[in-house]
Write a protein that binds this ligand. Structure first.
Ligand SMILES: Cc1ncc(COP(=O)(O)O)c(C=O)c1O
Length: 473
């Protein structure tokens, strides 16, 4: 007679968050959601040739995205010019693609101004924003005909004195902050519209005896703005000021600048809606802005500048990472190899599912604090169900978590995961911390792959260091 074996609750059944997927293979979405290739190039080939982690940009996506945005606006308002927001991604090759597509530059610091000039952008094709512009860079930018968008009174006074010293008028535009219905209101930048501050600046310009010439009004209401109606409101308010200036002084300002802020096809953590419902198409933003501008008399319609960043570059960028360790859960089919004890997990308040450790950290993915990157395996998993895993970055820091929970089929060391979209802000905000920053490649329209930034080396990281003589061995 066989001994009675009491029923047991295994580790998997104890994993509340995975219980559903263990019973229903479709519960976490189809298993076929893979990223084997980027623009037709195998992810495994890219990682083998250029190393991992690796940022990969698609030239085709870059061009298609900016062309669609331009068409959305120009078909409604032909006098539209895009200015590439350098801070969103100032890799030279990326900027050049946008410049080739007809975008001028939008910069926010002396460094960005110099970078745009070094890429051959003439001063008159640079919009110069930012709360801090040194006198030296303002002198250069005004001499080169850049569109200075003044942020504050001190900058205005500085420009007045530059005009005086030069003995010729300086053209300026005003950065304006206003209530477009978006919270929080970005009140750090520019002059307030609603409390009369903008009007006081305009009066001061009018009284400057020709030293300053007002050429435009600008507002940037925020980033990842999901409601196009906010742009209608912002445009109405800027146009209201544009008309008031015309009525009072007879000036027809050459341009109005609605800034950036259009969303990329990315979702925030815990967004519930599918992407197509959460993120309106660019055409809706064009409709909101152009509808208002077209209400102006046809002979007095200003040029429309846009400084869209995120919406134009985010989707073109992916990050290839490699799994370097599998923690917890069952590894290699053996429940004992790496499984955390269920009781230990209960104490920790964590479930017993696996965690994956990949070779990229939050130092490369700053925007991951807000945005939920899509994580797709590069290897098809066939019919194997997904389960929820935690995605750890490789930094020796507890906060280095790329995704708290992501549904993936089983992964093993050496498997590649592709994070997307990561093209906006991550390159420019990535920091040298613990690891070297990876190479960046561009998959070109003709299928060629070009390195557009080399992987960092020890020499790059330590170039600026100096060793005091008494510490030299
Ligand atoms: C003045 C200005 N213009 C344009 C942008 C680009 O914004 P986004 O990437 O949201 O389009 C920014 C970014 O914050 C900005 O500060």
């Amino acid at each position: 007679m066989t001994a009675y074996v009491p029923p047991t609750i295994g580790r998997d059944l104890a994993s509340a968050s995975n219980a559903m997927s263990e019973r229903n293979r479709f519960s976490l979405g189809p298993a076929s959601d893979v990223a084997e290739t980027i623009d037709g190039v195998a992810v495994s080939e890219l990682a083998a040739r250029f190393g991992s982690p690796l940022f990969v940009f698609s030239e085709r996506t870059l061009r298609a995205t900016v062309r669609r945005a331009r068409a959305a606006f120009r078909s409604r308002y032909p006098n539209t010019t895009f200015a590439w927001s350098y801070k969103t991604n100032y890799l030279g090759a990326i900027c050049r693609v946008f410049h080739q597509e007809g975008s001028i530059a939008e910069v926010v610091s002396d460094f960005e101004y110099e970078k745009a000039r070094s890429l051959g952008v003439p001063g008159r094709e640079i919009i110069f924003n930012g709360p801090h512009k040194s006198r030296a860079i303002l002198e250069r930018a005004t001499a080169e005909g850049a569109h200075i968008q003044v942020d504050n009174w001190d900058e205005l006074l500085c420009l007045e004195s530059i005009a005086e010293a030069r003995g010729e008028p300086v053209s300026i535009a005003l950065r304006v902050w206003l209530d477009a219905g978006i919270r929080p209101i970005w009140s750090k930048f520019g002059f307030a519209l609603e409390n009369g501050e903008v009007w006081r600046v305009v009066q001061r310009i009018a009284a400057s005896g020709g030293k300053l010439v007002l050429t435009g009004l600008h507002t940037h209401i925020g980033t990842y703005i999901l409601d196009p109606r906010a742009y209608r409101t912002a445009t109405e308010k800027l146009v209201g000021m544009f008309e008031r200036i015309h009525a009072a002084f007879g000036w027809t300002l050459p341009f109005i600048n609605l800034g950036g802020g259009f969303p990329s096809r990315s979702t925030l953590h815990y967004t519930q809606l599918p992407i197509d419902e959460a993120v309106p198409p660019i055409e809706d933003y064009a409709e909101a802005i152009c509808g208002v501008l077209n209400s102006l008399p046809s002979g007095r319609r200003p040029r429309l500048f846009l400084e869209s960043g995120r919406a134009l570059v985010d989707e073109a960028g992916s990050l290839i990472t490699t799994v370097v360790a599998v923690k917890g859960g069952t590894r290699g089919g053996s429940p004992d190899l790496a499984a955390r004890d269920v009781k230990a997990n209960l104490v920790l308040g964590q479930d017993s599912s696996a965690s994956l450790l990949v070779d990229a950290g939050v130092n490369l993915l700053y925007t991951g604090a807000w945005y939920r990157f899509d994580v797709r395996p590069a290897r098809p998993a066939g019919d194997v169900p997904k389960s929820l895993v935690k995605l750890y970055g490789c930094l020796c820091m507890n906060i280095d978590v790329l995704r708290e929970q992501v549904a993936l089929p089983p992964q093993d060391v050496g498997d590649h995961l592709v994070l997307h979209p990561v093209g906006a802000y991550n390159i420019t905000q990535s920091m040298q911390f613990i690891t070297y920053r990876p190479a960046v490649v561009l998959v070109c329209e003709d299928g060629e792959i070009e390195v557009i930034r080399e992987r960092e080396t020890l020499e790059d990281v330590t170039r600026g260091e100096r060793m005091p003589a008494w510490l030299q061995a």
